[in-house]
Design a protein around this ligand. Structure first.
Ligand code: NTF
Length: 831
């Protein structure tokens, strides 16, 4: 095979790409020189590591070129602060983005290896819970692809999101140790270690002029060690960095204890310091409220700010005036909001800046993205805890709040104490709390939601007074997903068909997909498209068999709901529909339906009882249905264990139907909805989050919308919603819920599945499952009737793929650049 590219390409971080032959030689060189093994005895692990090392030669070239160019041009950069990055695997992603996937595949084949087997050697980098963390991963891919100077900052968790197993249908959590044997993509940078402080007390002192000065005497000092993960832009445009901090005991601190004879104490404090980056909190959409979580947040924000300031000073000296010109910091939800008082502390206490100047800088640096309206997810820290962990920061927050209430709130609403109470950063309850959302809005120059409707609700329902104070602060940036991972890499068959019909520019310009719409009626393209879906389904059927031992028919409709398990996402609505179909089959043995396989993937937060009961119920119903001969394969139900990015990459290309069925107003955006539609699945969905925008793009003939709208939900709840009415008035609902209480699905153990019924009736059905049930059933019938016409279905599926161009994360990033960050792209030059 010839060299893929031999000449250096201008304005691309990675210059010369290897030929197949060069790759082969490099892999063997690393097998010998880095792994210390040989071709005749190397394990698949060793081959995988050797290949990563070979690839890294090019990655590091790009990294060097990118960092040098940014330094020489002293570029303005965005710093993405996120407690979560749900990266998945990097092997095939990096190969694709560099542009050597095909060459590597051939090189490995010539060495007698299958690239897919090597891919399977890699553990998922699961440093996130769900949508918020995966969004951060898509965004850093897009920022590198579009040549924006950007750094992702986060925590180098030793244990990512737990692994899920099922034991008799119940979720069991097992620790994830993704880097137990090291991770070939990361580089430790001890030269950039930072030290941060926690606990202690604040002393008020006065200098010779009588000026008051606050001095924080910390109780504990912790070291932050940075690990850099190179982020390779598509076609090697830029190679940015994801910098993740690992906590260690500070040498400085431990020497003290050690010298005074406290060896055991020193060791104990070592362990405590290292606990900070030990494990990712597994809660999605709930506030953990735990001391360690606050310390995690502060730890990574403080390390990252110091890192930013070090870099800024290297280029600009001690003059702070250009700081807001050079630095934008995006807060991914309120999790990193403590960065606001931390920057104030650094400026006021350490750099001796006046309050007004310091505040002016802060307000030009921070921007905040809200990702949820759920009250239980809106972070609040008790003042008591804050005072214990970060006593100086609490004082600073009080001062930010005092000025905000006096200079802003009282000016617009003079003497209005209700307004002050509502807007105060400190909630005055019997246990006073710091409201991190309020702090984020007050301290940022821009606030955005993640889909049009969500951004409207952020303004109208969450922060209406803040909008009155600062109407221009609020904006929208609709989420997106990277088409490199979520189409090109995960669905190579469809990617090839697209390349052949519309050219290969779509991965970096997703609007090009529109050209594919012209083929929606073309019988040859319809056949090709459906054949690809069929092959993807057959592949998934093999995976399902291997993981669950359940046989599924690739000719059935593959109906997929993949997302965290949460009541508002309504996996139990899906379950009720399955039960309705099952019941119809039992009542009418000849019930005519297109065979359907319902596939679920979802983890429940370990402490979320009802979510776990829903998993259990789905597994028990699945067991019964899958083994009931009377069903005659019309129905199958599969709950895939350990749903994660890598499994998503296998399920999404094989989906026919995409379940996006949250209660309207609850799902801020959703991003799985975009990935599924992009791969040609038809959405059954509510008018919620980005579903609304997807419906606008694909048109009403190509999506099956059902259920109450946001306004109807509000109206129903205002007038009083009585789920019992639906139970008594709808015989199907009543029969299904009563069925769940019997021992039909759990022989000998009646009542085992009653949690769902209880929450829907006694619990008041907070997410209006019963109110939307019949409308959902109809939307499903519509989809089924569409599927009976295969050519019509092919057309709809093609149009879904073709009309999803808006939802590339490249577009989201361009929106952030225009509406928030005001960055210039920076073309990278080579050594
Ligand atoms: C999630 N929020 C939302 O629930 C999703 O709708 C959205 O697509 C993603 O964020 C990304 O914006 C969260 O995970 C959190 F943490 F904010 F609750």
């Amino acid at each position: 095979m010839k060299k893929s590219t031999s000449k250096a390409k201008a304005s691309v971080a990675i210059a010369a790409l290897p030929s197949t032959e060069e790759l082969k030689n490099s892999i063997i060189k690393h097998l010998h020189g880095s792994l210390g093994t040989d071709v005749n005895k190397a394990s698949p692990q060793a081959w995988w590591r050797a290949t990563c090392a070979a690839v890294n030669e090019y990655v590091y070239d790009g990294l060097r070129n990118t960092q040098r160019t940014h330094y020489l041009q002293n570029t303005r950069a965005v710093h993405y602060f996120s407690l979560e990055y749900l990266m998945g695997r990097l092997f095939s992603n990096n190969l694709h983005n560099i542009g050597v996937y095909d060459a590597a595949k051939v090189a490995l084949a010539e060495l007698g290896l299958n690239i897919a087997d090597l891919e399977d050697q890699e553990e998922d980098m699961a440093l996130g819970n769900g949508g918020l963390g995966r969004l951060a991963a898509c965004f850093i891919d897009s920022m590198a692809t579009l040549n924006f100077p950007a750094i992702g900052y986060g925590i180098h968790y030793e244990h990512g999101l737990f692994k899920q197993e099922f034991s008799d249908g119940r979720q069991i959590e097992r620790p994830d140790s993704w880097r137990e044997y090291g991770n070939p993509w990361e580089i430790c940078r001890p030269e950039s270690i930072q030290e941060i402080s926690v606990y202690g007390y604040v002393e008020t002192t006065y200098d010779l002029q009588g000026k008051m000065k606050k001095v924080w005497h910390p109780g504990r000092i912790i070291k932050g060690v940075p690990w850099d993960i190179p982020v390779v832009g598509y076609q090697g445009s830029s190679v940015n960095v994801l910098r993740l901090w690992e906590s260690r005991a500070s040498d400085f601190f431990n020497w003290d204890v050690f010298n005074s004879g406290g060896y055991i104490d020193a060791a104990r404090q070592n362990i405590e310091a290292e606990t900070i980056s030990k494990v990712l909190y597994p809660n999605d959409e709930t506030d953990a409220g735990k001391e360690l979580r606050l310390i995690q947040q502060y730890f990574f924000c403080s390390c990252s700010l110091k890192d930013i300031i070090r870099r800024y000073k290297r280029a600009n000296g001690d003059d702070w005036s250009k700081f807001p010109q050079q630095v934008a910091i995006q807060l991914n939800d309120t999790h990193p909001a403590v960065a606001i008082p931390e920057l104030m502390r650094i400026l006021v206490d350490r750099a001796d800046m006046g309050w007004d100047d310091a505040w002016n800088i802060c307000q030009h640096v921070f921007a905040y993205t809200n990702h949820t309206l759920l009250p239980e997810a809106l972070e609040k820290w008790s003042v008591r805890l804050f005072e214990k962990v970060l006593p100086r920061h609490l004082e600073i927050i009080y001062e930010i709040n005092r000025r905000f209430l006096v200079e802003q709130v009282d000016v617009l609403w003079p003497g209005d104490n209700d307004k002050k109470r509502k807007l105060s950063i400190i909630e005055e309850s019997h246990e006073p709390m710091v409201r991190m959302g309020h702090l984020s809005v007050v301290g940022s120059f821009r606030v955005n939601g993640v889909a049009q409707i969500h951004s409207e609700l952020v303004k109208s329902d969450l922060f209406p007074e803040m909008v009155a104070l600062w109407p221009d602060k609020f904006t929208n940036v609709t989420n997106g997903v990277t088409p490199r991972r979520w189409l090109k890499a995960c669905n190579p068959r469809l990617a090839k068909l697209l390349d052949e019909t519309i050219g290969d520019e779509w991965p970096r310009d997703l609007k090009q997909l529109e050209k594919f719409a012209a083929f929606a009626d073309d019988p040859a393209i319809q056949d090709a498209f459906m054949a690809i879906k069929q092959q993807n389904k057959a592949d998934l059927a093999t995976v399902v068999k291997k993981l669950t031992n359940i046989s599924i028919d690739p000719h059935a409709i593959f109906d997929v709901q993949i997302k965290r398990l949460h009541e508002y996402k309504r996996q139990h609505l899906n379950l009720l529909h399955i039960l309705a179909l099952y019941r119809r089959i039992l009542q009418n043995p000849d019930y005519d339906m297109v065979p359907r396989v319902f596939l679920f993937g979802a983890k429940a937060a370990p402490g979320y009882k009802l979510a776990k009961e829903i998993i259990y119920a789905i597994n028990k119903v699945a067991e019964k249905i899958n083994n009931d001969k009377r069903v005659k394969n019309r129905l199958k139900v599969v709950f895939m264990p350990n749903y994660r990015v890598t499994l998503a990459e296998k399920m999404i290309p094989a989906a026919d139907v995409s379940e996006q069925i949250s209660t309207a107003g609850k799902e801020a955006s959703g991003t799985g909805n975009m990935k599924l539609a992009l791969n040609g699945a038809i959405t059954v969905g509510t008018l919620d989050g980005a579903n609304i925008e997807i419906a606008e793009e694909v048109g009403p003939d190509n999506i099956s919308i059902f259920g109450l709208t946001v306004d109807e939900v509000k109206a129903l709840q205002a007038k009083g919603y009585h789920s019992w009415d639906y139970y008594y008035q709808d015989t199907e609902i009543k029969a299904i819920l009563d069925w769940l209480e019997t021992d039909y699905f759990t022989p000998g153990k009646p009542g085992e599945l009653s949690a769902i019924k209880r929450s829907l009736l006694e619990g008041g059905d907070p997410y209006l499952v019963l109110a939307d049930f019949q409308s959902y059933v109809k939307a499903q019938e519509k989809v089924e009737s569409w599927y009976r016409d295969q050519s019509g279905w092919a057309k709809k599926a093609i149009l879904n793929t073709a009309l999803m161009g808006k939802f590339t994360s490249d577009r989201s990033i361009e929106d952030y650049v225009e509406r928030v960050w005001k960055l210039d792209a920076c073309k990278i030059s080579q050594d």
